[in-house]
Design a protein around this ligand. Structure first.
Ligand SMILES: Nc1ncnc2c1ncn2[C@@H]1O[C@H](COP(=O)(O)OP(=O)(O)OP(=O)(O)O)[C@@H](O)[C@H]1O
Ligand SMILES: O=C(O)[C@@H](O)C(=O)CO
Length: 418
């Protein structure tokens, strides 16, 4: 059987975001962490999302991992390939969005590829090729201070052009609002001018539906999860209207937050008065003052009925300060390693319902828990589903993208589990 959509996601939270989007739009989705190494039964699967942790690694490694994923998807006869990156286009001048897209374009021999990170429900829109986060340009938004991929330009055409060896054009909103035929004509026009990428404006879900329809014959589509919502219809698959299912797992509740994004920091401030919480200081990890053992003792000493919160999240000034002393990569790695160890020991100690905030952090945690795949269940807030492990000790896991979720996200998540 052919897979309808085969997706490659550049981080783990982004992968679950895409998986739940395709599932809500009617597809049966399987999500794997890394390229599956053994045989898998895809007889009832419409779409596969292969989650990589490739957003901030060196570009040649990101390309190699993505091409491995592409080979696997092609062996499973994926009709359309989707490259999922962040709705805030998280990347550096070196990549990895451009270099990975270039290789996928060349391997698949495609003429033109849409570049569309818009996610209107979460406030990401594109106008005249410029990415907005709510009412701010990307470069004025809190993304300008991201610890690993600070976004200091909002012009997606320029950003993509910096990262890619192919020419980048724009399909402006005036065209997009004309519908899928107008978009297809504009795409043909860009091809005749030598462009290989088209940044496509999108202000709302109607625009995304038209873009999805226009991409029906495209072998490759790239963007955030929201542009994928229009793709299942191209395969005759209709959105589902059933009541979402949530994991049924007993155990204690914990949140591990390594995300320093504005939304995560607001969510932490909101919940702190109600839950036992610990802030991890990066310098204290480096000098051994904070250890996994000590945090575990603290966690197990807390009242079992109340969720606990452990976070490293800090505001941009503190992050810049620690990075200047320890280096960007080392500060990130110290937090990620500790969060990964913690997830492991907390699972053993009976914390089986876990929310992890941050894509890189989630990548580290999922790797440490040695989870090859997750079942995607009901959505907590747009782009963040509850998931359930499919091997090892049963766990409910929510991987929250840094900037996703309402202010009460953490409390809401556990309330849904009852
Ligand atoms: N106090 C801190 N100082 C420096 N770096 C930190 C600190 N706390 C966390 N980090 C690092 O910042 C990075 C945050 O990235 P992560 O992807 O986890 O969150 P995010 O970017 O908010 O989420 P997403 O990618 O889903 O938008 C991680 O590498 C984490 O280890
Ligand atoms: O698109 C998004 O914003 C998220 O799915 C994500 O990739 C955050 O890391």
């Amino acid at each position: 059987m052919r897979l309808k959509i085969g997706a490659i996601a550049d981080d783990f939270t982004g992968a679950t975001d895409l998986a739940v989007t395709l599932a809500k739009n009617g597809m049966k989705v399987a999500q794997f962490f890394g390229v599956p190494t053994g045989p898998v039964d895809l007889s009832r699967t419409d779409a596969v999302v292969v989650a990589l942790k490739s957003r901030t690694i060196p570009a040649p490694d990101a390309v190699a991992q993505s091409l491995d994923a592409l080979d696997w998807l092609q062996r499973h006869k994926a009709e359309q390939v989707f490259f999922k990156y962040c709705s805030t286009f998280d990347s550096t001048a070196d990549g990895n969005i451009g270099p990975v897209s270039d290789e996928l374009v060349d391997r698949l021999g495609v003429e033109l590829v849409f570049v569309c990170p818009a996610f209107p429900v979460n406030g990401r829109t594109i106008y005249m090729g410029h990415l907005f986060v709510n009412d701010q340009l990307l470069s004025d938004s809190p993304m300008k201070d991201h610890p690993l991929t600070p976004m200091r330009d909002s012009n997606l055409v320029a950003l993509m052009q910096l990262q890619s060896r192919h020419r980048v054009g724009l399909i402006p909103h005036a065209t997009v609002s004309g519908g899928s035929k107008a978009i297809r004509d504009a795409a043909d026009n860009l091809v005749s001018k030598g462009a290989r990428y088209a940044v496509v404006d999108a202000l709302d879900d109607n625009d995304l539906a038209a873009i999805g329809q226009a991409a029906a014959q495209h072998r490759l589509v790239t963007g955030g999860s929201a542009v994928a919502q229009g793709l299942p219809r191209n395969f005759g698959v209709q959105p589902v209207d059933s009541t979402p299912a949530f994991p049924s797992i007993d155990g204690r509740n914990a949140v591990l937050a390594g995300s320093c994004s504005a939304a995560t920091r607001t969510q932490i401030d909101w919940i702190k008065p109600f839950w036992p919480n610990r802030r991890i200081d990066v310098e204290a990890i480096a000098d051994g003052t904070i250890t996994c053992d000590e945090l575990l003792r603290w966690a197990t000493d807390q009242p079992a009925a109340t969720p606990i919160l452990i976070h490293a999240s800090a505001d941009p000034g503190d992050v810049a300060d620690i990075q200047s002393r320890l280096g960007i990569a080392r500060s990130g790695a110290l937090v990620e390693t500790l969060m990964a160890e913690l997830a492991n020991v907390l699972r053993t100690a009976g914390f089986r319902r876990l929310v992890v905030a941050g894509g890189e952090t989630s990548g580290a945690v999922v790797k440490a828990l040695d989870l090859p795949a997750l079942e995607i269940l009901g959505e907590i807030d747009p782009g963040v589903p509850w998931t359930q492990t499919m091997s090892g000790p049963p766990m409910a896991l929510a991987l929250k993208s840094g900037n996703f979720g309402g202010v009460d996200f953490f409390e809401k998540a556990f309330k849904m589990l009852g």
